[in-house]
Each structure stands twice: as C-alpha cells, then as structure tokens.
Design a protein around this ligand. Structure first.
Ligand SMILES: O=C1O[C@H](CO)[C@H](O)[C@H]1O
Length: 303
C-alpha cells in the first residue's frame, strides 16, 4: 500500500477564476506557463520563479488553444476558426486563417503541434448540433480534415516513438489511438484506447509523460489519471475542483505537472466555487513522481 504521505498533493499556484481554464503550455524560452480562459478569450502567464501570474491578453470572442512557434510567438486558435499569432511585444498579428468554413459557426478547442511543425486543431460541435472536426494545419497555412464527425474534439498527444497520436472525444467519452505518418501528417487506423463511458466525468485535455503514459483530465470528474499504453489506469490525483480540464508538464526539467480547472459549464454563465469546488477556475501544480517531455513547436508560416 503506497504511503499516503507519498500521495501527490495539488497546489493552487494561480488563483484565477477561469470560466474554462484550458490549454496550459510551458514556454521554455520564457520559463513560464501560459494558459487560457476560453470563452473570455483571456491568456494568462504564470511565472513559477516568483509565483506571480498576470493576464497578458484579453481578446475578442474566444480562444480555444494555442501552440508555441519556433520563433517563440504563440499561435492562437480562436472562435470562428480564426488562427493568428501573438507575442508580448507586438500583440496579435495578422490571421493565418480567417475562418474555418466561412460562416464562422464553430470554435477551435484543443490543439497540438506535431514533430514537423504542423498543428492538429479540433473544433467544438456547432450551435446547431453539427459535430466537430479535427483539422490538420500544414506549415504553409493550409487546412485539411484529419478526423471528421469528432464528438467534441479535445486532448491530443503523441506516443514517444511518434508513430501514433492519441485523440480525445469528450462527448463520446473516449480516447482513440491513430497511426500517424510523420512524413505526411496523415492519421489512419483508429483503435480504441480508453472507453470512459462508465467512469465519473468526461475525458478532456491530456498529455503523455516521459514514460509514455497518458495523463487525462476529467471534466466533472475532479481528477487527472494516468493510463499505460494498454489503457490500464495506473495513478490518479484528485482535485477539489470538479471540472479538471487539461494537464501539461513544465519547468526546466519538465518535472512539474500544471493542471487547469474551470468554473464551467463550458458555455453559458460561469458557476461558483460553492458549486464547482474549492479552487475551481485556478491553475494547479502537482509533482507526480514522473516528468514529461517538451511539446513540439509549430512552424506555421505567418505574415
Ligand atoms: O475542452 C473543453 O472542455 C469543456 C467541455 O467539455 C469546454 O467546453 C471545452 O472547451
């Protein structure tokens, strides 16, 4: 029986009250963790060196996800399918993509850069109930469909050998694993990895640790949990907040996990911490006894 004193204890490190805290990402050039409040289109920056955090962008609409470009700029994936660069000195740059489908009726959600600088970027279902889509953004700025009829496109991650991609569909309550062709960016041969239909909560954001285990965040599940490559749960860490939305590793040695939470409910007015749990909407840090690896950087051409 593991000694309870060994149990990882989440620490609230940025006491934001995010409606939908999401998309944490460690920026190694700056030594900070950026994260979003999606519907507020707010971008936050937490500095572990002094424990400070600040809102560095309050944009229009919604920002669903972002990657870090080779240049160090962030590439924001927004509502209506707009994709545009941002950095602290120049602010928002010219959009790489203005909208996904012309009507702008869906927003991007979770995204990930691949080893060749492309970005897999998924969308939410549309207000009229159309399912989302997982797109692939190539470095020339062209978008193509990677997976259609995605039931709330969410967390993504690569296996350590870069031969497979994990893909989360929150409304389907599942994480799948696709064969990934690094040369072309193509995904194929979907196989089930985790069926979460009988679990408490819904799989949301995810990351892959240095041992190749998947860490999934559970919305309305109040936890992150790790799964070995065979899909067997290995560890779980409970949070006081119910809506645990995303997890990533950061720090110079990638030995700290950063976890976002939400006041929810995803769309519509935010709830309260009395409803959603202590610290809901804040960024947490936790030492899991295992580290992560740096995320790939996007290399999307910008103007
Ligand atoms: O990633 C997300 O999780 C929630 C819904 O499950 C939120 O709405 C979405 O952005």
């Amino acid at each position: 029986m593991a000694d309870p004193t060994d149990r990882p204890e989440p620490r609230r490190v940025a006491d934001t009250h995010c409606h939908t805290g999401e998309g944490p990402l460690y920026h190694p050039d700056e030594g900070v963790v950026y994260f979003l409040d999606i519907p507020e289109a707010d971008l936050y920056r937490y500095d572990p060196a002094d424990g400070s955090h600040e809102r560095v962008l309050d944009a229009e609409g919604a920002v669903g996800g972002f990657t870090i470009q080779d240049s160090g700029d962030l590439l924001l994936f927004c509502d209506g399918g707009r994709i545009q660069p941002w950095n602290r000195d120049d602010g928002l740059g010219d959009p790489v993509v203005e909208s996904i489908d012309g009507e702008g009726n869906s927003r991007f959600n979770d995204v990930i850069a691949d080893p060749r600088g492309r970005v897999f970027c998924g969308t939410m279902p549309t207000p009229d109930g159309e399912p989302g889509t997982l797109y692939r953004l190539d470095t020339d700025g062209s978008l193509s469909v990677a997976v259609e009829d995605a039931r709330l496109s969410n967390g993504l991650g690569f296996t350590p050998d870069r031969r497979h991609v994990y893909f989360t569909e929150t409304e389907a309550g599942r994480i799948s694993r696709y064969r990934y062709d690094q040369a072309t960016g193509d995904l194929s041969d979907r196989e089930p990895f985790l069926d979460a239909s009988d679990l408490t909560g819904h799989p949301d954001g995810m990351t892959v640790d240095a041992e190749g285990h998947v860490w999934a965040a559970f919305w309305d599940g109040g936890r992150i949990a790790s799964y070995d490559p065979e899909g067997t749960e290995r560890q779980r860490v409970e949070f006081p907040a119910k809506k645990v939305s995303a997890v990533t590793f950061g720090g110079p040695d990638y030995d700290t996990a950063y976890v976002t939470t939400a006041l929810g409910p995803g769309e519509g007015p935010a709830s309260t911490r009395e409803e959603e749990g202590d610290g809901a909407g804040a960024l947490f840090a936790v030492d899991l006894g295992v580290g992560g690896v740096p995320e790939f950087r996007s290399r999307i051409e910008t103007r």
